[in-house]
Write a protein of this length. Sequence first.
Length: 415
Amino acid sequence: MNGAGAVRGLRVLDLSRVLAGPFCAQMLGDHGAEVIKVEAPSGDETRRWGPPFVDDAETASAYYQGLNRNKANIVLDLRTEPAREVLHGLIARSDVVVENFKAGTMERWGLGYESRLAAEFPRLVYCRITGYGVDGPLGGLPGYDAALQAYGGLMSVNGERDGDPLRVGVPIVDITAAHQAFAGVLLALLERTVSGQGQLVEATLLDAVVSLMHPHSAAYLQSGEVPERTGAAHPTVAPYQVFRTAREGRLFVAAASDAQFAALTDVLGHSRLAREPRFRTNRDRIGNLTALLAELEPAFLARDAGELAAELVPRGVPASPVNDVAAALSAPQVLHRGMVVRDGEYRGIGVPVKLSRSSSAPARAPVPAGADTSRVLMECGYTLQDVAGLRESGALGPTEAGAGPGEANEPRAAG
């Protein structure tokens, strides 16, 4: 780690699988925490979510690789009592636990936060990520990103006005829950410096998706009117959308102020539009959107997307060609910001939160399931003979360096 990271010295136990939990733990690792990921003998299911895979044996997908760097890895079969005893010892050495088991799983194993761990380890910050929470009408039910996009209203506002509701093209609910869990853990650690006490951090996919719904939620709560889909356009700002161009596909433009609209029309060679009463203010433009687009769309179709963006941005008008993923990840500014990192053959997305004194930890590629089992246990005081005995009991799964067949420890509650 070279001493890098704002939370160096922090010990994190990652008991989670799939997306929100692993991503939260990875962010802590990116900022210097010592993270130990615990996998079932079958491995995190995202190891098999491909192609593409990073090895011929298909034991690690690109999906998995994107969420599990900067972690040590051990395998425990938590269906066995010896493995749960090992887990208890790992918790005893941890500052933070991140888990997304089905509600009641840890309690059934005798390791519930409220029933045992809070009293036994009062400084522990325990982060629980679930789909809907552990109580209430849907408490304890498993959560999946797309299902929560539908349940939380996000899917209803995504898509073209005359088309079907669409899933957002990335698992945005899981990603948001991961960031909220990360923030919650840091808040609890900050509070611990004052009180000396840890606490429970709860993040749910339901809360995450509802928190994402601005400005639609604010508009509905104020007006009582149900928001409708507007495609790439903004519901309350115009012009703020994607336009077809003559070359290089489509261009997104956001003229969110009257000054930006005036600059846009000037660059397009139609400055008169900014002086017309029907387009003078944003409220006027929204009220006459069909007429506005009838004026603007032919002007965009006569221009090149890249060239037009290069003229608009210096004039203070946000604009960009609609890049595909390859173009975005090779963009000079993206590379300048260090948002693509490498470790040998590993390629990953960089750390978005940058601190002036506390640099992030160097990226370390994800490791095979169980690669660090012996080392981690021996650092906890186990001898080689103890580790061999645990392996013989089945507590460590069938192998140390690869997840074998079998069921996961428990169904997850959230992605």
